[in-house]
Ligand binder design. Structure first.
Ligand SMILES: Nc1ncnc2c1ncn2[C@@H]1O[C@H](COP(=O)(O)OP(=O)(O)OP(=O)(O)O)[C@@H](O)[C@H]1O
Ligand SMILES: [Mg+2]
Length: 505
């Protein structure tokens, strides 16, 4: 077996100021295997992969490829050995076209015009392989996040990767795109390409991985072979203890005092108006396939997208949301799905970020004084278990999932009347998920209404008092939690639930 290894990493250590990101980590890889790398936010997964991809040098440790020691000074060095890293944060040049991106850094070197042509036709074949139907001349900036991800993978294929590293690839993909990706992974594996796969989604890992390596606090704490992989085993290795009760117990059905009414709201592009109510302290989950119009609806309630008609009523006062300012003034806040782009100032520290209501859209609120800022931030740091040496730590230096937690912490700290959370736990590890759920329950108990968009069935079922299922930009059904089952929700999501007579809209 030992001779089959195409890659061995030995004793890899990496320190950042105040943090040991990796401590003497070993990792080995055979050709044609899918190795899942798992661990909590900040465990060191991305850092280990950046070292393998030549994007960062290790402080200590060795790398062996086909049994020979190598040292990478940069990304091109690692590429030369057939290693390609698709980053967690998409790093694309949005002003270039697709072909330009695929060949970025390795442009075909010949003369002017010809070069473009060669690049375009070479791009076409790899785009076809990943099932992307766009033209190589499309500007990357106009693609959806999922399509950009596919371009990144196409880029990897064009480099003839032997080792392909995918760092949380599905967090920005639709269901169909994810399926496409899994198919590609299967094809690549059959071609003998080794894949290192990072994800916080257990079902994916169980489905894809031949082996799992778990990191905790920068150390390798365990390994599971395909037949041994279970969700519980992975989770307890990740968090170092048994983690039970991920979701709070079912709350008993209560009568809620209606605080929010959405009346005949017309979302641009939707086939019909939407109306629903929510009570103070109620958690309403919005289920649906990606593209079913949940995010658009939330953006419209919040005024970030302008409604074509209808009103929103908060505490018996009606208004037509035209601008986020309108919504915020009435106590409605929205933590967007794409938190990276809409909510973080990377060079600033955690406390500054948490205390700053979306600076792009509105002025800082006066209620926050400096001392208070630190107290609030500290509370969020603890309760969401953000892995950082302190609240003055630069957000840009945090791991991907911990950055997510900072943005979420900011919105949770604002104590609104109505809080809209769009995919609140995306990219967040299981332990932190449980903390987020607890915090949501606490807010609900204080009477805050939560509208939660989620693509995770378990999350929707576990957290919601009522579930609104959307399909093709209309409300397909409303289910009280006691009547909601995975099957019923799925049927409504896909349009197979029409015959379900008990569901009123
Ligand atoms: N450039 C950097 N400067 C300072 N600290 C860093 C830097 N990059 C990573 N770290 C720190 O190293 C640790 C490991 O981070 P890493 O990004 O590898 O985690 P991860 O396992 O990928 O987490 P996630 O699941 O959240 O993506 C974290 O504590 C992080 O704050
Ligand atoms: Mg990461």
């Amino acid at each position: 077996m030992a001779d089959d290894y195409i890659l061995k990493m030995r004793g890899v250590t990496k320190r950042f100021p105040g943090v040991t990101a990796l401590e003497r980590v070993d990792l080995e890889l055979c050709s044609g295997e899918v190795l899942a790398l798992m661990g909590e936010n900040g465990a060191g997964k991305s850092t280990l992969m950046k070292i393998l991809g030549g994007a960062q040098p290790p402080d200590e440790g060795t790398l062996l490829i086909d049994g020979k020691e190598v040292a990478f000074r940069n990304v091109s060095d690692s590429r030369r050995y057939g290693i390609v890293l698709v980053h967690q944060e998409l790093m694309m040049a949005s002003n270039l076209d697709v072909a330009g991106n695929i060949f970025l850094g390795s442009e075909k070197s010949s003369w002017g015009l010809l070069r473009r042509k060669v690049m375009r036709s070479a791009s076409e074949s790899v785009l076809h392989r990943v099932g992307l139907s766009c033209s190589p001349a499309t500007l990357v900036g106009s693609l959806t996040p999922g399509q950009m991800q596919m371009v990144e993978i196409a880029k990897a294929l064009s480099h003839h990767a032997r080792i392909l590293i995918l760092d949380e690839p599905t967090s920005s993909l639709t269901l169909t795109e994810s399926e496409q990706l899994f198919k590609i992974i299967g094809d690549l594996r059959r071609d003998g390409i080794a894949i290192i796969y990072i994800s916080h989604r257990m079902e994916e890992v169980q489905r894809l991985a031949d082996r799992v390596i778990v990191l905790r606090d920068g150390k390798r704490v365990g390994e599971l072979q395909r037949t041994e992989i279970t969700q519980n085993k992975i989770v307890s290795m990740m968090v170092g203890r048994e983690l039970t009760n991920w979701y709070p117990p079912l709350r008993t059905a209560t009568e809620y005092r209606t605080i929010l009414k959405v009346e005949n709201l017309i979302v641009p592009g939707a086939p019909c108006a939407v109306s629903f109510e929510a009570g103070a302290g109620e958690i309403v989950g919005f289920a649906g396939l990606v593209g079913s119009g949940r995010t658009e609806l939330m953006q419209t309630i919040f005024g970030a997208t302008r409604a074509l008609g209808g009103t929103v009523v908060v505490d018996a006062k009606a208004f037509a949301p035209r601008h986020p300012r309108d919504a915020i003034d009435r106590g409605i806040y929205l933590a967007p799905e794409d938190r990276k782009r809409h909510g973080l100032v990377l060079p600033m520290n955690i406390a500054q970020n948490i205390s700053m209501p979306d600076i792009h859209n509105y002025k800082p609120r006066a209620w926050l004084q400096r001392g208070h800022e630190v107290t609030v931030a500290k509370k969020q740091l603890d309760s969401l278990r953000i892995k950082a040496p302190g609240v003055k730590y630069r957000v840009g230096s945090l791991s991907g999932g911990n950055q997510q937690k900072v943005v979420l912490g900011k919105w949770l700290a604002m104590r609104p009347k109505i809080l809209i959370l769009d995919e609140p736990t995306r990219g967040v590890d299981v332990g932190a998920k449980a903390e987020i759920y607890r915090e949501m329950m606490e807010l609900a108990q204080q009477g805050i209404t939560i509208l939660m968009v989620s693509s995770e069935m378990e999350e929707v079922l576990g957290m919601s008092d009522r579930i609104i299922v959307m399909r093709e930009r209309r409300m397909e059904g409303i289910l009280p939690r006691q009547q909601a089952t995975q099957e019923r929700i799925a049927a409504l999501m896909t349009g197979a639930g029409k015959t379900d007579k008990s569901i009123g809209v």
